[in-house]
Design a protein around this ligand. Structure first.
Ligand code: NAD
Length: 379
């Protein structure tokens, strides 16, 4: 490609189809509409008419023509001349929707969690390898400029050895969260576990956890948990929280304290963090620049940049599976009362993923993985 053609390609918006026209799908349609990096060319939902309704509701009338709708991802993506798919379906549909899109030649940006189970997530890492297409998971809360400023301040104090998160909220959602066995760990703490990985180097190796349900809780499963994640550097991320905690609530990101060799960093999850050096005055963290991208906008920009020749995003599937592995390890640790090694659950997930892949017949990539952890690390 000539230099001019390559510059043009770099500026051409990525034509995307949003799949899953529920609450979060609507948020993604809005995100694509305000992005200069992407162009909405289609919306899909398995429920007949749902995609059309979402377009009517969210897309301004003058932009609606040229947006294809339908119930099947690959059909709509091909009809619409899409280059990529954004998978915002329910977790149970992530594996099928994402694998089909990858095998039809479309890179995928998928909502968290990567898949409904760790085995399905590992299988999708294999499908990405087999097709050579990018599969990035949007773990939106890691795209918070304050979080990255927290990391920068900690590095100035020698790097964090302990990261502590307190999360106390009292939302009354109704619906599926009220019925889950582990609503806090699976549906919410995944964000804190992932953000912890932004603050610490290395990979998580083991998890201890206990979970409980306060007597006044309105959840059927355990709305509260205490989790400790040990990294291969020796650093530890501790998380304690409850989703049935009326009164003095934390922010949705939680309250953070980082202990470093030469001081500490604190972040309330909403405003810039502050550092407290061992010798010296408190240092206020920087305010984000006005043009800094947050959450979904940042995920979309990173995905489009990667498709236009930029860096592989940190939450490319192989990187993101670690976060889902922490969740699955925390659930097992809470259920059994024992320390759970990530190597153990990733090896089990690899075995189950290979069974899924044999039944599916489209990917043999996982046959080359020696272990669950090495497959994630080597890629
Ligand atoms: N990042 C965040 O903070 C955040 C917040 C909320 C939800 N989410 C994630 O976003 C995803 C969607 O959540 P939601 O709240 O919008 O759910 P939702 O139930 O409101 O919407 C999901 C939609 O997907 C559709 N769907 C299901 N299977 C499909 C298939 N095979 N093909 C096409 N469409 C299909 C459903 O009909 C539904 O309209 C989930 O993975 C959820 O975990 C992330």
């Amino acid at each position: 490609m000539s230099a001019t053609a390559s510059n043009l390609a770099a500026q051409t918006p990525v034509k995307v189809v949003v799949v899953g026209a529920g609450g979060m799908g609507r948020a993604w349609i809005g995100t694509v509409l305000r992005s200069a990096d992407a162009q909405l060319v289609g919306v899909v939902d398995v429920i007949d008419g749902a995609a059309r309704s979402a377009v009517q509701e969210v897309v301004p009338a003058d932009l609606r023509t040229g947006i294809a709708t339908g119930t099947d991802t690959v059909t709509v993506a091909r009809e619409a001349g899409a280059e990529a798919v954004i998978d915002v379906t329910i977790p149970a549909a992530h594996h099928a929707v994402t694998a089909d899109a990858l095998h039809a030649g479309f890179p995928v940006l998928g909502e968290k969690p990567c898949a409904a189970t760790l085995a399905e997530a590992v299988s999708l890492a294999g499908h990405a390898e087999a097709t050579g297409k990018l599969f990035m998971v949007s773990q939106s809360r890691r795209n918070n400029p304050h979080l990255h400023e927290t990391r920068r301040l900690a590095d100035e104090l020698g790097g964090a050895g302990i990261v502590d998160t307190r999360f106390y909220k009292a939302p009354r959602f109704g619906g599926f969260r009220d019925e889950m066995d582990h609503p806090l760990i699976v549906d919410m703490a995944i964000h804190a576990f992932d953000a912890g990985r932004v603050l610490l180097d290395g990979n998580p190796v083991s998890v201890t956890a206990s979970s409980y349900n306060p007597p006044w809780s309105w959840y059927a499963g355990d709305a509260a948990a205490t989790v400790a994640i040990t990294y291969d550097t020796g650093a530890v991320h501790t998380f304690s929280g409850s989703w049935a905690a009326p009164g003095g609530e934390t922010s949705w990101n939680g309250d953070w304290l980082l202990s470093c060799a030469n001081g500490s960093v604190s972040w309330d999850g909403e405003t810039p963090p502050a550092a407290n050096p061992e010798d010296g005055e408190e240092i206020a963290g920087r305010n984000p620049a006005a043009d800094e991208l947050w959450e979904l906008d940042a995920s979309l920009a990173g995905f489009c940049a990667a498709l236009r020749g930029g860096d592989v995003p940190a939450s490319e599937v192989h990187g993101n599976v670690w976060t889902q592995a922490i969740v699955e390890a925390a659930v097992r640790a809470a259920d059994t009362g024992r320390r759970v090694d990530l190597a153990e659950i990733l090896d089990e997930a690899l075995e189950s993923a290979r069974v899924l892949d044999v039944a599916d017949g489209r990917s043999q990539a996982l046959t080359a993985w020696k272990t669950g952890t090495s497959g994630l690390t080597a890629a």
